[in-house]
Design a protein around this ligand. Structure first.
Ligand SMILES: [Zn+2]
Ligand SMILES: [Zn+2]
Length: 103
């Protein structure tokens, strides 16, 4: 494991897409996990597009899904790889204040 690729430094989940299939915005690890929690393993969406699909705001989506995600061992393990707001590579496309209120 000597080559530290881009995805590794962003700590993304291997084998999952790293950008939104709709708007091409880069995904962070937690956005990947939100897609998995919603049952999507392909054609992943960013928080903004995911929220639009669910007729919610990003804030509402996170508030609804966050507690569920962290309570599930498999999702929570990934989620917690981001330990602080500084770990999110794309704070502009995320809602770190909300995101990091679930730990
Ligand atoms: Zn998008
Ligand atoms: Zn993020």
């Amino acid at each position: 494991m000597s080559d530290v690729g881009k995805s590794q430094c962003l700590r993304l989940i291997d084998g999952l897409e790293s950008e939104c299939c709709r708007c091409r915005q880069g995904l962070c690890l937690r956005q990947q996990v939100l897609n998995l929690a919603l049952g999507a393993e392909h054609d992943l969406l960013c928080l903004t597009c995911l929220a639009a699909d669910n007729a919610k705001t990003g804030q509402e989506l996170l508030t609804d899904l966050g507690p569920y995600v962290v309570s599930r061992e498999c999702f929570g393990r990934e989620w917690k790889k981001y330990q602080s707001k500084a770990d999110c590579p794309n704070p502009g496309g995320c809602l770190p204040e909300t995101c990091f209120s679930f730990t």
